[in-house]
Ligand binder design. Sequence first.
Ligand code: PEP
Length: 264
Amino acid sequence: MRTVPKFVIGNWKMQARHSYGLQLACDIARGIKEVPPPSFMHTVICPPFTQLAGVHDVLEKEGLNSDVFAMGAQDCYPAASGPFTGDISPQMLTALGARYVILGHSERRQNHGETNAVIRQKVKAATAAGITPIVCIGEHLAERNEGRAASILASQIEGSLTRGFRGIVAYEPVWAIGSGITPSHEELQRKLTLIRSLLPMRLMTDDIRVPVLYGGSVTSVQTPSIMSIKELDGVLVGSASLEAQSFLDIIRAATEATLPQSSS
Ligand code: PEP
C-alpha cells in the first residue's frame, strides 16, 4: 500500500512583520507537536525572504524541519548566481533551509509581468537546486466568464511547467484569491479533472501523480468539501495561514477529510 502525501501550504505573502512571523512559526510548530498529523500530511510554511533564516531556526529548535513540516519561499530568480541586483537564487534558498518555492503566483504574474516562459525558467532553476517548485495556475474572472478558463489553464500548464516536471501544481483561480469566494464543489471538480487530463503532456508519463492543490480563500470551513475531491492533494492558503489557530484548524480539517482515502 502506498500513501499519497497531502499538503497544506501557507503563503504568508508580504504580510507578517518580522517578530510576528517568527512567533507564528513557533505557534504553528508547537500546535503540530501537540497534535501531530499523520505522516501523509505535509505542512509547508512560506514566509517572506527576510524571515527564512529566523523561521528555519525556529523549526530546527522545535525539531520539526522534515518532510512533514517544512519551509518554502515565495519566489526565486532563474539562475544560480550573477549580477542580478535584488534577486535571490534557489541555491540561496536551499542554503537557508527552504525545501519548496512558490512560482508563478498570480500576484507575480500580474505585478511583475511574469510570463509562462519566465516561470518555466524558474522551475528549471529551482529543480536543479533541489528545491520543489509549487507552480500556481489559474484564470481571471473575465476569462472564466468568457468560457476561456480551459484554454488559459492549458497554456499555463504547457508554458510554465518543464518537460518531465516533478513538483506541485496549485490551481488558484485569480477571482477566488483574497475575495472570500471559492468555486462550487462541482466547478472545482470539473477544473481538477481538466487539470489532471492536461498534466501528462508535461510530465511525460501517466505513472506519476503530481500533487495538485487548490488555493483561494480557503478556511477550515470549506476544507472538508475541497479535500473530498479525489483528484486534489491539498490546499494553498493565504490569509488563513497568518493566524496559527486558523492554519492548524485547516491542517486538522484536511487530515480528517483525507483519513479514509489516504492509502491507495
Ligand atoms: C494565495 O494568494 O495564494 C491565496 C491562496 O490567498 P487567500 O487564501 O488569501 O485567498
